[in-house]
Design a protein around this ligand. Structure first.
Ligand code: AMP
Length: 398
């Protein structure tokens, strides 16, 4: 069985074709600048890479080009589209309308459009545009929606509610939904496998630390709390997102900076986080290089990031009444030993003991145990694979 995984943004469309017998990626790539001048498709397959520069006025043309690239004589890996058994689409927000992977029907799309677009205006509308384009080009091929939020659907009310008027939660759906669910699900399940335990036996804190970062408490295989909220702006400070901030400061900032509500939210999403604190970059490689050269604000940004992550680990250990394992994943979690060390430093009281040498070892793409042999809490680095989760869930649904 071959599953095509599609992740559509407003001007981009990333894809992977996965062979489910081996779970290997047999082709991957992405379209950039859809609807903008200079569109291009970078496609990999057969161990080769090819760049197609062709106008892509919309997502339909983009998906047609992807399907042609999959059949291309150089980078192609299939002979006909019939070889693709199903398509799994990444969808960011589900609201309270979908709590699991869902087969696409017209009614499902209507619910997405009417109920979820306002919850995730930057993410869901382009994903549905990509979905509709796929349905047009591949009529008859089953399509599944895999939501970033599904894994968090098990959170109890006390964890997902904000302290607002309960009726406003009921009427408007204002609550914590969480994001990166496919990643938290994947790495927590991989951790259990690695440790040779059943998920039910473990209390795990998963730290997805990338340009967007979120931390989850996974108790017995189920998510019981997570750091992102109503939108991905909440939680720890990130590449360019502020993370949690007093709502009154938002109104104050808008007034001082002469911004509308939408402008100040855009500012908090795009101009803040470690980029705003350092004044240098959102990329941790630049921050580490800056801190090494003595840039105090780069060091401050790194300190804040590790401090806030550490506080979530501690609070989630308290929420679960124990901690067996901490998992680091995503760009920063997988590649930045200094951040992992700073997060773990001070958690000795919980039974966390890092093996500093193992922590510094190079990322070879495998699961790595970086805690000391006698550490009560296992600390693991696990490469995330959100596309594989999407493919697996799509295959399961079929
Ligand atoms: P992600 O959103 O998961 O792709 O993570 C992106 C972030 O990971 C980048 O902004 C970098 O800060 C960080 N990152 C990726 N690779 C490395 C690396 N080799 N060393 C340090 N940081 C890295």
């Amino acid at each position: 069985m071959k599953i095509l995984v599609v992740n559509a943004g407003s001007s981009s469309l990333k894809y992977q074709l996965i062979d489910m017998e081996t779970e290997k990626v047999i082709a991957k790539g992405g379209c950039e600048r859809i609807g903008i001048e200079g569109s291009l498709l970078k496609a990999k397959g057969n161990g080769k890479e090819k760049v197609f520069t062709q106008p892509m006025p919309n997502h339909k043309v983009a998906i047609e080009l992807v399907l042609n690239a999959l059949k291309d004589e150089e980078v192609g890996v299939i002979k006909s589209m019939e070889e693709i058994d199903a398509v799994g689409h990444r969808m960011v927000a589900s609201g309270e309308y979908f709590n699991k992977t869902t087969l696409v029907t017209e009614e499902v799309i209507k619910t997405l459009e009417e109920k979820t677009f306002e919850l995730a205006p930057l993410h869901n509308p382009p994903a549905v545009t990509g979905l509709r384009a796929c349905m047009e080009v591949m009529p008859g091929t089953p399509m599944a929606l895999v939501f970033d939020t599904s894994f968090h659907a098990t959170m109890p009310e006390k964890a997902y509610l904000y302290g607002i008027d309960y009726e406003d939660y009921k009427n408007f759906g204002v609550r914590k939904y969480g994001f990166h669910g496919t990643s938290h699900k994947f790495v927590s399940a991989e951790a259990a496998k690695y440790l040779g335990k059943k998920p039910e036996e473990l209390k795990i804190v998963t730290c997805h630390l990338g340009n967007g970062s979120s931390i989850s408490a996974v108790d017995g295989g189920k998510c019981v709390d997570t750091s992102m909220g109503f939108t991905p702006l909440a939680g720890i400070l990130m590449g360019t997102r502020s993370g949690d901030i007093d709502a009154s400061a938002v109104e104050f900032l808008a007034r001082k900076k002469g911004m509308t509500h939408a402008e100040v939210i855009n500012y908090l999403n795009k101009k803040c986080g470690v980029a705003g604190i350092s004044g240098v970059s959102s990329d941790f490689r630049d921050l580490i290089a800056g801190a090494k050269k003595g840039n105090a604000r780069c060091k401050l940004a790194l300190d804040m990031f590790a401090y806030q992550t550490k506080k979530y680990v501690g609070s989630y250990a308290a929420a679960m009444g124990g901690l067996n394992c901490i998992v680091f994943t995503a760009g920063i979690g997988e590649n930045t030993p200094t951040v992992r060390e700073a997060v773990c430093d001070g958690l000795q009281f919980l039974g966390v003991k890092l093996n500093k040498q193992a922590n510094k070892a190079k990322n070879d793409g495998s699961i790595r145990e970086i805690s000391a042999k006698n550490s009560k809490v296992k600390v693991l680095v696990i490469p995330t694979n959100e596309e594989l989760v999407i493919a697996r869930e799509t295959a399961e649904l079929l």
